[in-house]
Write a protein that binds this ligand. Structure first.
Ligand SMILES: [Zn+2]
Length: 214
C-alpha cells in the first residue's frame, strides 16, 4: 500500500512569504513544489507552441484566462500526482474556474493561507529591490544584501521595480482580494483551509505551518 501524500495549495498576498514557506514545507514533506510562474516561464523557454502562446498573452499584459491555463495546469498536476503522489502548489488556482480544474484532478488535503494585512504587504514590497544586472531579488527588511544597496553576487546597484510603488502594490492587492475571496470561502467549506498569520518572522510562521502537519 502506498502512503497517501498531502495535496497542498498555498494562498496568500504578495509579500506574505508563501513562496518561502511553501518551498520549506515541500522539502520537509518530500513533495515537489509547483511554482506556477516558474512552470509558465519554463514552458515559454522550451519554445513549444503552447509556450509561444503563453508568451504572446503575457507580453500583452500578464493575465492568463482560465481557458489558457487550465489544460496546462491540469496536465502538470496530473503528471506530478502520478509520479510523486502529492505536491505543494503555489500560484494556481486563482479563480473558481481554475479551482474547478484543479479539483477535477486532485482535491486538496490542505489549503494554507498565509495572511498579512495590506499595510504589511505594502511595507514589505516597498522594501523590495532588484539587481540592475542579474535580476536577483532582495528585500531591505526581510532579505537585505550584505552591504549597502548593492548586489551580493555582482556588486551592481539595486533598483526598485517601477510597479513596486504604493499605488501599484495596492492595485495588485485589490485584484488578489477579488480573486481569492471566493477561493477562501470554497476551501473553508471543503474543510481544508488553514489560515496562518504571516506577520511574525519567517521562523515563527514556519512553526505555525509545521503544526498543521504534526
Ligand atoms: Zn547582481
Amino acid at each position: 500500500m502506498q502512503e497517501t501524500k498531502p495535496v497542498i495549495i498555498l494562498l496568500g498576498p504578495q509579500g506574505s512569504g508563501k513562496g518561502t514557506q511553501g518551498k520549506r514545507l515541500a522539502q520537509k514533506l518530500d513533495l515537489p513544489y509547483l511554482e506556477t510562474g516558474q512552470l509558465l516561464r519554463d514552458e515559454i523557454a522550451s519554445g513549444s507552441e503552447l509556450g509561444n502562446r503563453f508568451a504572446s498573452i503575457i507580453n500583452s499584459g500578464w493575465h492568463l484566462e482560465d481557458e489558457d491555463i487550465n489544460a496546462f495546469m491540469k496536465d502538470t498536476i496530473h503528471q506530478t500526482l502520478v509520479q510523486f503522489g502529492g505536491f505543494a502548489l503555489d500560484g494556481f488556482p486563482r479563480s473558481i474556474g481554475q479551482a474547478d480544474a484543479s479539483d477535477s484532478v486532485a482535491l486538496p488535503s490542505h489549503v494554507i493561507l498565509i495572511d498579512i494585512p495590506d499595510e504589511e504587504s505594502i511595507r514589505r514590497l516597498s522594501a523590495r529591490r532588484q539587481c540592475s544586472v542579474d535580476g536577483k531579488i532582495y528585500n531591505m527588511i526581510t532579505n537585505p544584501p550584505k552591504q549597502g544597496e548593492v548586489c551580493d553576487e555582482c556588486g551592481a546597484k539595486l533598483i526598485q521595480r517601477a510597479d513596486d510603488t504604493k499605488e501599484g502594490i495596492q492595485k495588485r492587492l485589490d485584484w488578489y482580494h477579488k480573486d481569492t475571496k471566493p477561493l477562501i470561502e470554497r476551501y473553508a467549506k471543503q474543510g481544508v483551509l488553514h489560515r496562518i498569520d504571516g506577520t511574525p518572522s519567517i521562523q515563527e510562521v514556519e512553526k505555525s505551518v509545521d503544526k498543521i502537519f504534526s
